[in-house]
Design a binder for this molecule. Structure first.
Ligand SMILES: [Zn+2]
Length: 166
């Protein structure tokens, strides 16, 4: 009796990077940490998974996961993921420890983790874009504060000028 794959294959999860199959209750690949996709996936998502898998370089999928950058929300973290993927580095997102935003919200800081072997490549890719670990969290905020301060000083000067010239 040859055991052909039945419809239960739609219950099986597979890793888009290495193809390893997993039980339905697992979310990340045991081997490389990639988010799992359904093995029997239909066209659009499958193409996307293949597209991602095609970009990932196998030499960047080894080793334990390490935090390489942080996003201030889900969208920013996904942007970082896409930048890393362009360099062939797979990554996973994790809610930053100590975040007080409820789990179901897209807000709240996210850690971007990459396999150890892809860490250097990931750092280089992010540094080239000024999105290294420190800058990603504090840079834009500081820049915004400075802009706000300059704006307030300008308004104060304008008000003073309006009063004195009236
Ligand atoms: Zn895998």
């Amino acid at each position: 009796m040859s055991k052909k794959k039945t419809s239960s294959s739609s219950e099986t999860l597979a890793c888009p990077a290495c193809g390893l199959e997993h039980a339905p209750d697992e979310r990340f690949c045991r081997d490389c940490g990639m988010p799992l996709v359904r093995a029997g996936y239909e066209e659009p998502a499958r193409d996307q998974a293949h597209e991602r898998a095609r970009k990932i370089k196998p030499e960047f999928t080894r080793g334990p996961l390490a935090r390489v950058a942080g996003g201030r929300n889900q969208a920013e973290a996904e942007l970082i993921q896409n930048i890393l993927l362009e360099e062939g580095v797979p990554s996973v997102l994790r809610r930053s420890p100590g975040s007080d935003v409820p789990d179901f919200l897209a807000a709240g800081n996210r850690d971007v983790l990459v396999p150890e072997s892809g860490y250097e490549a990931a750092r280089e890719a992010l540094n080239a874009l000024d999105m290294g670990p420190s800058e990603a969290q504090y840079g834009p905020r500081v820049a915004w504060l400075v802009a706000a301060l300059v704006g307030m000083v300008a308004i104060a000067a304008l008000v003073a000028w309006a009063i004195t010239s009236a």
